[in-house]
Design a protein around this ligand. Structure first.
Ligand SMILES: [Zn+2]
Length: 261
């Protein structure tokens, strides 16, 4: 059995997870400011740790901004992430946000160079030193998304899905719907104790995870083939961050319309 800690950035409530088991440490999506990343780095290095891994749920800029602060760990992410064509754009977005909010970094951002590329055509299992992890392709938000599961802990790192503060941000509606089916199956097949979304609060109860899956499905349904733009609150519910979400809803609608052309 291992132990995990969740770090939440004050930027976008972005969640990073550090997991120790025996001589191995895994860290997902270290983010975002230099001070926050420093705390995560310190948590990854208690005595006795030999093998370090950084895992990426996907390659969006907010999730990869911390990569260059780490020298030792092996990088793990999907094949799709390794093949992204918008790596330079991701770095440009980090720079834009850092400039706007006066965020200083000692390590100029770089796009993670993956040492271990995970199959993204179907589920797979890998041993990362002492830790057995299951991976499931999770496209729809981005094409390169991955769910990671540590079955022995009931720990599920979901990346940018199943948030309680943001509805689905969609690039591919069909793929997103399939990923929600994968999420339903994971919940049926594994005794999940904790689900960590990319942004927002972790879910500790099955009913809560199920509710998030259902709300996401309802929201996707509302995007499908609608002539009239329906307020997102009708299908998904409320969020404290509604004015940003209004913009993202508009973006989703444009995206789905362009997919249907
Ligand atoms: Zn994100």
């Amino acid at each position: 059995m291992g132990q995990y800690r969740i770090f939440q950035s004050c930027f976008w409530q972005l969640n990073s997870v550090v997991y120790h088991e025996n001589k191995t440490v895994l860290c997902w999506d270290p983010a975002y400011s230099a001070a926050e990343i420093e705390r995560i780095r310190a948590a990854m290095d208690p005595s006795g740790i030999v093998d370090h891994y950084l895992l990426y749920t996907h390659g969006d800029y907010d999730h990869i901004a911390g990569d260059s602060a780490f020298t030792g760990p092996l990088r793990v992410g999907s094949f799709g992430m390794a093949e992204r064509r918008d790596k330079a754009e991701a770095l440009g977005l980090i720079e834009a946000v850092d400039h706007e909010y006066y965020v200083r970094r000692d390590f100029p951002p770089r796009f993670p160079k993956l040492d271990i590329k995970v199959e993204d055509k179907g589920p797979s299992t890998q041993r990362l030193s002492d830790v057995e992890v299951h991976f499931f392709p999770a496209p729809g938000h981005t094409a390169d998304g991955l769910f990671t599961l540590i079955p022995s802990m009931g720990l599920w790192i979901a990346g940018d899905y199943l948030s309680d503060i943001e509805f689905p941000f969609v690039t591919d509606l069909g793929a997103y719907a399939q990923t929600l089916e994968t999420a339903s199956r994971i919940l049926e097949d594994f005794p999940i104790e904790v689900m960590v979304p990319g942004h927002g609060n972790v879910a500790l109860r099955r009913a809560e995870i199920l509710d998030r899956i259902e709300r996401s499905k309802a929201y996707l349904g509302s995007l499908e083939g609608s002539e009239r733009i329906k307020p997102w609150q009708e299908s998904w519910g409320t969020s404290p961050f509604y004015s940003f979400l209004d913009k993202m809803h508009e973006k989703n609608i444009q995206q789905v319309r362009s997919q249907n052309l």
